[in-house]
Design a binder for this molecule. Structure first.
Ligand SMILES: Nc1ncnc2c1ncn2[C@@H]1O[C@H](COP(=O)(O)OP(=O)(O)OP(=O)(O)O)[C@@H](O)[C@H]1O
Ligand SMILES: [Mg+2]
Length: 463
């Protein structure tokens, strides 16, 4: 079923509660009407039957003939009615008509003693209700007397109209009262939602705080508010992380920029060629550092899983990880030599394909090898390895290692260990983690099983 784009909950509840209520009241109205009609029929039919039996009592034998023993006055009294017209006919089966003021239609079925028949018919162009009874003849035991009494239906019709005129306003009034109650109940129940909306409207982006008094809220609204509070919490966390990141990034950029300014000024003023060269070398150091920080920041921005859009996610291609790793080894060979480190490869030469972004995978390997060379032991060994099933990349060094309690912390942005030398900015492992996550891989830091030192492992998903 197609969902309406925007709708009023209040209106929907009113319609959904009001419609069945209307149906119930209508059924109630119809039932009342049917009941009133049935009672009317029973009561008036009884009266008709009594009238017929009164006539039956008066069929007597007079001068050896059957006749109705009623005076004209008594007959007038019998036929008198303020609203309806009464017709009667008394017939002997053997001797024919005894009395009557109209010819009444025969009953629909054969008559039997003590089994009156009631039926609707038309007499003199008017709708009538008829009762027909059969009694034994007082003169001849083989004969039977048929008595029919008919009555026009004005009394019955007006009973129905009266019932309807009384019941209809009653039902409508009831519907109105219940609708008002539903409206009030719905409005007061939904006020809670309005309150929440007002509180949320008042929020400033800097002051995100969860909605309080959740336990006092109705149980239907509670899950929504709890989910909203979770979202607010996540937003607030992400805001704090962003703020910390910007502050750290600014700090990381400010230091080399300040050095750059001071040393450039110094170089410009310095007449002594040796000092001039020294100042220029400081400038070079600051620029190198600045370039590294900017590069790391840009790589982080590019690999950040939070920043990923579906369009970017589609840039994944089939990558031969084995070739990529061996290419990186070549790229880092000079850096390893300058640290007197033996940089080697431990893995198959065959093609090992995964879905990935080659640029980011190079950054991942580069950062891990850079760390291993930088923080490993001078004159030590660094091994870049690959295994399959599942595809796993690892970087081993035999340096001092990372204490277990700091292995989660070093993955945080800008975290550097207190004894970390050099001019890193603490983003390398954070970048590696983001890149791994982006590839659906899991990065862990452990011990190098062959010697002291670190092993960083990246396990890629099967594909
Ligand atoms: N192989 C390792 N052995 C010992 N300590 C390590 C190793 N790799 C990382 N560390 C520690 O973890 C810290 C964080 O590493 P990370 O690569 O994130 O930052 P960085 O190397 O200081 O800076 P960047 O990589 O951004 O230039 C480092 O400062 C270092 O103290
Ligand atoms: Mg690093």
């Amino acid at each position: 079923m197609k969902r309406q784009n925007g709708y009023s909950l209040r209106q929907r509840l009113l319609i959904r509660l009001g419609t069945p209520l209307f149906i119930v009241l209508t059924i109630g109205g119809v039932a009342t009407f049917a009941l009133a009609r049935h009672i009317g029929v029973v009561v008036y039919d009884r009266w008709l039957y009594d009238s017929a039996m009164t006539l039956a009592q008066q069929v007597k034998v007079q001068n050896k003939q059957l006749a109705l023993n009623l005076s004209t006055t008594a007959m007038e009294m019998f036929e008198w009615d303020s609203v309806d017209r009464i017709y009667e006919e008394v017939v002997s089966r053997k001797n024919g008509r005894i009395f009557g003021n109209a010819v009444l239609p025969a009953p629909p079925q054969d008559m039997a003693f003590s089994a009156p028949q009631y039926y609707d018919s038309v007499v003199n162009g008017r709708h009538v209700r008829v009762v027909a009874v059969m009694v034994p003849s007082p003169a001849d035991s083989g004969d039977a007397i048929y008595i029919q009494v008919a009555e026009t239906e004005s009394k019955r019709d007006s009973l129905i109209i009266e019932t309807l005129t009384l019941a209809m306003p009653l039902q409508l009034g009831l519907l109105l009262i219940v609708t008002i109650f539903i409206w009030l109940a719905v409005t007061s129940s939904l006020r809670m939602v309005d309150d929440i909306a007002v509180r949320l409207e008042g929020y400033e982006p800097e002051g995100l705080a969860p909605l309080d008094n959740v336990e006092d809220m109705p149980s239907e609204v509670k899950p929504l508010v709890k989910a909203l509070n979770q979202l607010i919490g996540k937003l607030s966390d992400s805001q704090n992380t962003q703020r910390r990141f910007v502050a750290n990034a600014a700090h990381q950029l400010r230091t080399p920029l300040a050095t750059l300014q001071v040393q450039t000024e110094r170089a410009l003023r310095e007449p002594n060629p040796t000092m001039h060269l020294e100042a220029l070398s400081q400038v070079f150091g600051a620029v190198t550092r600045l370039r590294h920080v900017v590069h790391q920041l840009l790589t982080l921005a590019r690999s950040d899983t939070m920043e990923r859009s579906d369009e970017q996610a589609l840039k994944m291609v089939r990558v031969d990880l084995s070739k990529l790793v061996r290419d990186e080894l070549e790229r880092w060979a000079d850096a390893a030599i300058s640290h007197s480190i033996d940089l080697g490869y431990d893995g198959p030469e065959k093609v090992i394909e995964i879905d990935g972004e080659p640029y980011l995978l190079r950054e991942l390997i580069g950062n891990l090898v850079d760390n291993a060379i930088r923080y490993g032991r001078t004159g030590g060994e660094v091994t870049l390895g690959l295994t399959t099933m599942p595809v796993t990349l690892f970087v081993d060094d035999n340096g001092p290692g990372i204490p277990a309690e700091e292995r989660t912390l070093v993955l945080e942005r800008f975290y550097r260990r207190s004894d970390a030398g050099g001019d890193g900015c603490g983003l390398g492992l954070a970048i590696c983690r983001e890149i791994a996550m982006r590839h659906g891989a899991r990065l862990t830091i452990g011990d190098n099983s062959h010697s002291c030192g670190t092993r960083v492992t990246v396990i890629f998903p099967d594909n």
